[in-house]
Design a binder for this molecule. Structure first.
Ligand SMILES: N[C@@H](CCC(=O)N[C@@H](CS)C(=O)NCC(=O)O)C(=O)O
Length: 216
């Protein structure tokens, strides 16, 4: 056993990215599911003071922030590598992770997926249509730019799957269950890329709970 525990709410795209990385590397781990709301409990706030998921432990070493967790796994369990050896490809991967963390997730994917899927189906909240409309210009910029950066390559950073592919596909799978997500990805090269990535055993094994798919 590796002594790895991952804490999260099933359906969370960031949680999924960590689980996909573990499965790509065939590293066994224990998954500790949190109920919705439990991520704000005193117990979880000790693991993650910002009250988010995922949180991670490895033999007593505690860590949160998805890309930090996956980069740690990539150094601890080196096969297969999820970071390109080539500096230009590595820079592209890092650029795309930056786009996901600063523009795509907080300003586009989160407001749309929360108001179309998570809020109405998981938490019983009404959709905030104004928040969705406000997120659409940033979402369009993100899709156009991520599509341009993918270009004709098989993966975002080059010839093999990297942390950028894992993080983006985990986000897009849920977002593209919404009408807005389906419209945004339609006609892009990201659409075929996403289908290929989602067919990998690591993604199949970590698919979101079916009720989230029925949501949109
Ligand atoms: N920067 C964090 C973001 C994690 C994050 O926002 N997770 C979402 C679920 S995908 C969450 O915990 N949302 C709960 C909340 O905001 O209350 C990371 O990379 O792990």
């Amino acid at each position: 056993m590796t002594g790895i525990t991952v804490y999260g709410i099933p359906g969370s795209p960031f949680l999924r990215a960590v689980e996909v990385a573990l499965k790509e590397k065939d590293v066994p781990y224990h998954f500790q599911a949190l109920a919705p709301g439990e991520h704000k409990s005193d117990e979880h706030l000790k693991r993650h003071p910002f009250g988010r998921v995922p949180a991670f432990e490895h033999d007593g070493f505690a860590l949160y922030e998805t890309q930090a967790i996956i980069r740690y796994l990539d150094e601890m369990f080196i096969h297969p590598p999820l970071t390109p050896g080539n500096p230009k490809q590595r820079a592209r991967m890092n650029q795309i992770i930056g786009i996901i963390e600063w523009y795509f997730f907080p300003k586009a994917a989160a407001p749309i997926a929360f108001n179309r899927i998570i809020g109405p189906k998981l938490l019983g909240l009404p959709s905030d249509e104004a928040a969705i409309a406000e997120a659409m210009p940033m979402a369009r910029t993100c899709f156009a730019e991520l599509d341009r950066l993918l270009g004709e390559k098989p993966y975002l950073a080059g010839d093999s799957i990297s942390i950028a592919d894992i993080m983006l596909a985990s986000q897009l799978d849920l977002l593209c269950e919404s009408p807005e997500g389906r419209e945004l990805i339609s006609g892009t090269r990201l659409k075929q890329w996403l289908e290929r990535i989602l067919a990998r055993p690591s993604f199949v094994a970590t698919a979101p709970p079916p009720f989230l798919r029925e949501a949109a």
